[in-house]
Structure formats: structure tokens, C-alpha cells
Design a protein around this ligand. Structure first.
Ligand code: ZN
Ligand code: ZN
Ligand code: FE
Length: 763
């Protein structure tokens, strides 16, 4: 019998996800001796045995993995046979890159679920059951490496039974760091806002009854508190909205399983798979007409902790599960914080004694052009890295933008995008931003030497960057960063044609950009084309009151002779307010010009739907998007002014035609669809013009491409002519900016950046 040896290296997310015990069990089954250990960036196996057994072993390694692992590559080299008695898991020395192997939080696995509902199991209905394949990770880690003593589980001493599982390679809880049971682990309690204990026994049953009675229950989850109420009770939902000061934004709904999801939404295969994926994101899907809500999209997600499974089981219906916060503040994570901040919102508090170390929001995903796009990247995805074939020249911190902020730390060949932080506006959010950066630096074990930031001088993220000591700072133009984020994800070095459409971003000339067609590499970009600007009377006030933008657009289109009297929107607005805004625009008094495509969505939405004001950021644009008739194919005219760079897309003919349609009583659904088709057609035409200069990939980014209809029309329109890419792993909105900043900064390290803006070569 020939015997031999194999040295096998497995790369990807393979640490902290039960990979070594999985290999150990496989070795046992196939009769292989040797060792498995964690090493820099992966797992390494030395396997010895009969040739046939080695064959089976490597076939299994290549063909499978534990559910939470993400294997990127398996390489295998023959080594001489060495006598070994058994197969062992060996601990490895700490290396710099091992420190970053903290896995993302993982949804409860099927084995744990079976035990959870098995009355004979010692963890029957225990809300903190977990194993090597599932449970909390990133949210409970205090320091690297990932080990129980460096998590908020360190205060719980394992009982003998749990310790045996933890120590046995044969057990599915071998080295499961949060391992626990009812005898030794965290416990639930329920309290009233007056801090009276109302239940310690069957707390979840109590919570389910409270929700059934119409109450709002604050529940400590994995990465923060949720507020839960009965999704089918309009009074309960309204009460929650009123108390949370969130009248308009859609609320996420947790359902027990995919079958229940299908009672609320029309799902396709991709959406079903996404709902069941181990990341368990909130999936935006098409709401069924008979389901609660008033917009055509509904955000659904499945239970991802044992506590959720028990609650959904006991309650027996869909639950509103929205972040436990007031308005735009960060979600609360501590028991004391919840009792304090949510005292006027929740009737019952369901809490436990396992601390949440890092706040992690629920991730939000939507299927666009047949594949997932992350709209909010947090739980389940953070801290997975985005890897690059080249290495980063120095450790880089990219500070992100302002709204929906995330940051990114790049080191070696990996870029770690931090969790969704939120809008950097309140004191609490700023604190959470700084703390999250600090913690990520500690996990990765690097001190950034280069700090990238947006060009906007007033963003908190910019000031934070410029306030860091002993670093090289590099300013990155907002839309260049958007474009670079797509390049980074898809490993495109450029040049690319980058289409970046959003509400606003600071341009190299100090004005607001946002309808940008760039020709870009990581290091630099040319501005090939942009949209005709619209005046924002009152600056940011115009963004909150889109009727002002509508008026500016009309006056521009009709040279001050706009038929405002025929347009219902203006009937409810005081004539002197209209006159004031018109003067401000005509005299250019606090009415800066802005080029955001998002502003066209605001303006047309306001104009055609008759909505003067926005209730939250992106409100009117979203409603305008949702209004579009999916079957309408018509479009309006537009003009492209070429010659002088940058070219300008001039949508005024579109505005004229849309107003004609409005006055002719065409439905908003038709007008919205034609508007979308027009923006898409203009984009395709301008991209084709740019393609004449070189056959390069086209990339789409910016918040406007969260709009599936726009993204899909542009992709369909360009597919015959070009390879088209969009953001998938990081949001197209400003949550993806940090990744792009990191790559742009990396390409510029070592250049003279004393005069940052002159680096950027404009056409
Ligand atoms: Zn499990
Ligand atoms: Zn125990
Ligand atoms: Fe943006």
C-alpha cells in the first residue's frame, strides 16, 4: 500500500467558523493522520495516509466546508510521508494577520434549532444556544484574537457539561467561544419602564403575550435593541411610529420562515435564497397588495438568533422589528441605555446579561439586475474583508462621507469596511464612529499611516481625518470614490467609464456635483460629462422642501414663464413664498447650483405627485421611483451639449414634456416611468459617447443606483456595448464611499499631495 503526504492550504474566511473541527472529523472518517492549524490568512493541513484515503480527503476538502466558511482557494502540494499516530488540531502562534480573523455574527444553524425545540435537550428553549457553526461573533468581541476570554462571554464560567463540549474535537461545540447553557450562560429578564421585574421564567412567552395584547416590546438582540410589535395590528404599528417619531419610513418585518414571507411579498428565487442565507439580511421585496404598508416595497427578514426563533414561534405571526432608537440616533445596545432612551417608546423590556460590545445594525439587501446589492452593510457581513490582488502600500484609514457613514481600514491585501454607522450628525453617532474606528484598528492590529477623506471641508469625517496626528491625509473627490468602490469590488484597475449619480457630493471646484460621468483610474479622473445644474434656494432647506427645487427647475425650463397656475403642487403654497423663492433664484441669493441627479428625482416627484416637502432623506425621490408604471416604455426628449468639456446633459426638454403630460391628465405612473426611461436613455447615450474613446468597462455607483428600475434600465441599455458593473458588496450610496477612498488613496501614496486638488486632472 502506497502512503504519502499532502500539505494543504485553505484561504478565505475559514477561522472562527468551525473549519478545523470539520477537518478533524473528516480526517477521522477517512483515516488520515497529521495536523490542522490556523495560519496567516487561512488554515493549513499536513495530512498523511494511504494514497486512496488522501484522495478521498482532498476531494472532500475541495467539495465542502462548514456552512459559515467562505473558501476562496485550496492549494495542495505533495510532501514526504511522515509517521503520525493521529490527527490533531494544533494551536498556532499569533501572527499579525491572524488577528483579523474575527468572523461575522452567524445566524442560528439547523442543528442548534433542532435542539432548541427538542423538549429532551438540555438546551430546550434556551435563547443563547450556539455552536461552532453559529452564534454571536463580531458583536461580542472586545479584542483580538477571537477567543472566549476576549468576548463579553468571558464573565460566564462554563459548567462541566459545556466545558466537555468545548474541549472535545469530536463535539460540534469544540472551541465554540460563546458556548453556554441554562446552567452557566446568559439569562433573560423582562422589565417594565418603571424597572419592575415582570418575568424571569418563560420571558419569551410573556413577551409574545404582551405583543399580542398590542404592546411594544424592546428586545435586546445580537447587535442592538429592537422594538417589536404586532405587524398585523395597525393600531400597534401606529403607536410605535408615533412614539418613535418615525411616521413615514417603512419598518422592517420579521417573519418565521419563507412561507410566511410569501404571504407578505412576491418573492423570486434570489430573494428566497437571500432571506435564508446565513447573513440573514433584511431583504427589500415587492409587497403584496394585501400586506401591511403603503409603499410597493417591504423589508422582510428571518429570525437569526435563538431568541427570535422562540419569539416568532410563541407569537405565531409577523412582527415589526425596527431598530431600538429614537429617530436618527444610533440603536441602543446597553440595558441601562434602553431603559433610559426607550422608556417612552416600549412598554416591556426584554433584556439579558450578555453585553453587546460593538453595535451592529441589521443589513439591508435588494436584488437588482438579478443579484444582491447591499444597501446597508453591517450584521453578517462585517468584518468580512474585500480582498485585492495587489497589496496596500501602507495601512490606510478611509473616513467615508457624511450620511450613512461607514469607514474602511485597508492593510496588506485586505480592505475591512466597518459597520454602518449612520449620519454623522448627532453627538452619539460621532462617538460611535470614533469608537468603532478605534476598535477596528485594534482588531486588525494596525495604526493607519494614511488617512483618506472626502473633499467636503465641513463633513465631520473630513475634520476627523485632518485631526489625526502623524499621518498623511489624502482628499478624495466624492464621485471618484463612488466609482473606485465599484472598481475595487470587481478588481478593475481602470480606466473605466464611471457613472456616479447621487444627491450631492463636493466637487473639485467647490460646487455640488452629483450627475457625473467620469473616466477614471484609481489615481485620477477626467470629468467627461455632467448634468445641467438646478438652483437650491435656501441651500439644504431646498432638499427638505423639494417644491423649491421643482420651482427652480420649472423657471429654468420655461425661462421664468412656468405655468405654475396649472400645476396642483403650487396651489397649496403661499404666493409670497413662491415669489420669495423665485427672487432668491433669480438674484442668486443663497441659491447655489447643484448637479445631483437625485435633485431631478426630488423635483419631478414633488411636481408631478404634488408633494411639497420631504419627511426624511430621499423620501420624495423614493416615492417618485415607486410610482413608475413597470410596463410603460415611452420616454421624453433631452439634449446633450457636447464640445466644451465637461459635456452637459440638459433635461429641460424632458421637463417641458412631463409638464405637458401633467396638464393633459396623464397618470403619475406613466410620467414617472417616462422620466426614468429618459434618465436611463441619456445615461446610455453619454456612456456610448465616452466608449468611443476606448473600449473599457462601465461602472455604476451613487445612491441613485439603489433605484432598481434606473440601474436595470441603464445596465440593459449598455449591455450590448460594454461590460457593466455596479456595487454589490458595499452600498452604491455613501456607505460605499470609504472603500473607494481607500483604493484611491493607495494609488496616490507617495505623490506630492501638498496641493491635493491639483492632483486631479480635469479635462
Ligand atoms: Zn449552531
Ligand atoms: Zn453550561
Ligand atoms: Fe454620494
Amino acid at each position: 500500500m502506497t502512503r504519502g503526504g499532502l500539505h494543504i492550504e485553505i484561504r478565505g474566511t475559514v477561522q472562527g467558523v468551525g473549519y478545523r473541527p470539520w477537518v478533524w472529523q473528516l480526517a477521522e472518517r477517512t483515516g488520515i493522520a497529521g495536523t490542522v492549524r490556523n495560519e496567516t490568512g487561512g488554515v493549513v493541513i499536513d495530512a498523511f495516509g494511504p494514497a486512496a484515503a488522501l484522495d478521498r480527503f482532498i476531494t472532500n476538502i475541495r467539495g465542502g466546508a462548514p456552512p459559515a466558511a467562505r473558501v476562496r482557494s485550496v492549494t495542495c502540494t505533495p510532501i514526504p510521508y511522515a509517521e503520525a499516530q493521529a490527527f490533531t488540531i494544533s494551536d498556532s502562534a499569533l501572527s499579525a494577520e491572524r488577528r483579523v480573523s474575527i468572523p461575522a455574527d452567524l445566524a442560528t444553524c439547523p442543528d442548534c434549532l433542532r435542539e432548541l425545540f427538542d423538549p429532551r435537550d438540555r438546551r430546550h428553549r434556551y435563547p443563547f444556544i450556539n455552536c461552532t457553526n453559529c452564534g454571536p461573533r463580531y458583536s461580542i468581541v472586545t479584542d483580538a484574537p477571537y477567543d472566549r476570554s476576549q468576548t463579553s462571554m468571558s464573565t460566564f464560567i462554563m459548567c462541566d457539561a459545556c466545558r466537555d463540549e468545548y474541549d472535545s474535537p469530536r463535539d460540534r461545540r469544540f472551541h465554540a467561544q460563546p458556548n453556554a447553557c441554562p446552567d452557566c450562560g446568559p439569562r433573560l429578564i423582562a422589565m417594565t419602564p418603571q424597572r419592575a421585574e415582570v418575568a424571569t421564567d418563560n420571558v419569551i412567552g410573556f413577551a409574545a403575550r404582551s405583543i399580542r395584547a398590542g404592546f411594544t416590546v424592546a428586545i435586546k438582540g445580537l447587535g442592538g435593541f429592537h422594538l417589536a410589535c404586532d405587524a398585523r395590528s395597525s393600531t400597534a404599528v401606529k403607536r410605535l411610529r408615533d412614539r418613535k417619531h418615525r411616521e413615514a419610513k417603512p419598518l422592517a418585518i420579521m417573519v418565521r420562515d419563507v412561507a410566511e414571507a410569501e404571504t407578505l411579498a412576491d418573492l423570486n428565487d434570489e430573494e428566497r435564497a437571500l432571506l435564508m442565507s446565513i447573513e440573514r439580511p433584511i431583504v427589500l421585496a415587492k409587497r403584496r397588495d394585501d400586506a401591511p404598508g403603503d409603499v410597493p416595497l417591504i423589508g422582510l427578514f428571518l429570525p437569526y438568533t435563538p431568541l427570535h426563533h422562540l419569539l416568532l414561534h410563541d407569537f405565531g405571526g409577523p412582527l415589526v422589528m425596527t431598530s431600538g432608537n429614537i429617530s436618527e440616533e444610533p440603536m441602543v445596545t446597553t440595558n441601562a441605555g434602553a431603559m433610559d432612551e426607550l422608556r417612552d417608546v416600549a412598554d416591556v423590556f426584554v433584556m439579558h446579561d450578555r453585553d453587546i460590545v460593538t453595535r451592529v445594525d441589521d443589513s439591508v439587501v435588494r436584488i437588482i439586475a438579478d443579484a444582491p446589492v447591499l444597501l446597508r452593510r453591517a450584521r453578517g457581513y462585517v468584518p468580512h474583508s474585500i480582498d485585492t490582488p495587489g497589496a496596500f502600500a501602507k495601512p490606510i484609514l478611509a473616513c467615508g462621507a457624511h450620511l450613512k457613514n461607514t469607514f474602511c481600514i485597508a492593510n496588506g491585501s485586505s480592505a475591512f469596511v466597518g459597520p454602518h454607522i449612520g449620519d454623522l450628525e448627532s453627538f452619539e453617532t460621532l462617538r460611535s464612529y470614533e469608537a468603532a474606528i478605534e476598535r477596528m484598528e485594534a482588531f486588525i492590529g494596525v495604526r493607519p499611516e494614511v488617512v483618506a477623506h472626502d473633499l467636503h471641508p465641513d463633513y465631520f469625517s473630513t475634520r476627523y481625518a485632518l485631526g489625526r496626528d502623524d499621518v498623511q491625509t489624502i482628499g478624495v473627490q466624492h464621485h471618484h470614490a463612488h466609482v473606485a468602490s465599484v472598481m475595487a469590488e470587481h478588481r478593475l484597475d481602470g480606466p473605466v467609464i464611471g457613472i456616479a449619480y447621487d444627491g450631492t457630493g463636493y466637487g473639485t471646484d467647490g460646487t455640488a456635483w452629483g450627475g457625473e460621468i467620469l473616466i477614471a483610474t484609481y489615481a485620477e479622473f477626467d470629468r467627461f460629462a455632467t448634468f445641467r445644474p438646478i438652483a437650491l434656494a435656501g441651500g439644504d432647506q431646498a432638499i427638505r422642501e423639494p417644491w423649491r427645487v421643482a420651482l427652480a427647475l420649472l423657471d429654468d425650463t420655461f425661462d421664468g414663464e412656468a405655468p405654475t397656475g396649472d400645476i396642483p403642487l403650487f396651489r397649496d403654497i403661499a404666493p409670497n413664498a413662491i415669489a420669495t423663492i423665485r427672487r432668491a433664484i433669480a438674484w442668486q441669493l443663497n441659491a447655489p447650483l447643484a448637479r445631483g441627479v437625485g435633485r431631478y428625482f426630488d423635483a419631478l416627484g414633488s411636481l408631478i405627485l404634488g408633494i411639497p416637502n420631504s419627511r426624511y432623506e430621499g423620501d420624495v425621490a423614493f416615492q417618485w421611483n415607486m410610482a413608475a408604471d413597470p410596463n410603460e416604455r415611452g420616454r421624453y426628449p433631452f439634449v446633450i451639449h457636447s464640445g466644451v468639456a465637461p459635456w452637459e446633459i440638459d433635461p429641460r426638454p424632458m421637463v417641458r414634456a412631463a409638464v405637458d403630460d401633467l396638464i393633459a391628465w396623464k397618470s403619475p405612473a406613466t410620467i414617472s416611468a417616462r422620466f426614468h426611461n429618459t434618465i436611463a436613455a441619456a445615461t446610455v447615450e453619454i456612456a456610448r459617447a465616452a466608449l468611443a474613446y476606448g473600449d473599457v468597462p462601465v461602472v455604476l455607483s451613487g445612491g441613485c443606483f439603489q433605484n432598481a428600475r434606473l440601474a436595470e434600465s441603464v445596465i440593459d441599455g449598455l449591455r450590448p456595448f460594454a461590460r457593466v458593473f455596479m456595487n454589490r458588496e458595499v452600498p452604491p450610496g455613501d456607505g460605499g464611499i470609504a472603500l473607494g477612498q481607500a483604493f484611491v488613496a493607495n494609488a496616490r501614496i507617495g505623490r506630492n499631495v501638498a496641493k491635493k486638488q491639483e492632483l486631479i486632472a480635469c479635462v
